[in-house]
Design a binder for this molecule. Structure first.
Ligand SMILES: [Fe+2]
Ligand SMILES: [Fe+2]
Length: 151
């Protein structure tokens, strides 16, 4: 059965995914320069995936008798993912993305534990899938961080 803790984490995760979509979209638009092209393309792909995550989380909340939050409940958290003053500062965006992905990884690990405790294997299974996606995103941007730090 579902627990309050599971629902609380799902609702937080939903907000985080939506904030991620907003900041990836903004940075994909704001960044300038030849060096930014690869990052912008990658962000565009990830936007679709993060939006898909939000949708799956929202549907799961509904199945548990809860609902995803609307904008009035929204609390912004992604300080390091704000568009950089210098629109060619690709590395700043890469590091912001890494913060967001690591944060998501932590959230889904917490969700796996909470779902297991609540004996909710469906939510646990969803959390494992989302965790795998976020680990793939992290790995990709760790690669970018190496590449762009040397550049
Ligand atoms: Fe995500
Ligand atoms: Fe991600």
């Amino acid at each position: 059965m579902s627990s309050d803790r599971v629902i609380e984490i799902l609702r937080k995760a939903y907000s985080d995914e939506i904030e991620t979509v907003m900041n990836y979209q903004t940075n994909a638009i704001v960044l300038d320069g030849v060096r930014a092209e690869e990052i912008k393309e990658s962000l565009q792909t990830d936007i679709q995936e993060e939006l898909g995550h939000a949708e799956q989380i929202g549907q799961r909340l509904k199945q548990l008798g809860a609902r995803p939050p609307g904008s009035e409940e929204f609390v912004a958290r992604q300080e390091t993912l704000q568009p950089p003053e210098d629109s060619t500062d690709v590395l700043a965006v890469i590091r912001g993305v890494l913060d967001a992905e690591r944060d998501a990884i932590e959230t889904y690990r917490e969700l796996i534990e909470a779902a297991e405790e609540a004996n909710d294997p469906v939510t646990e299974d969803l959390a494992v899938t989302l965790l795998a996606d976020e680990e793939a995103h992290r790995t990709e941007f760790e690669g970018f961080e190496k590449e762009y730090s040397d550049g």
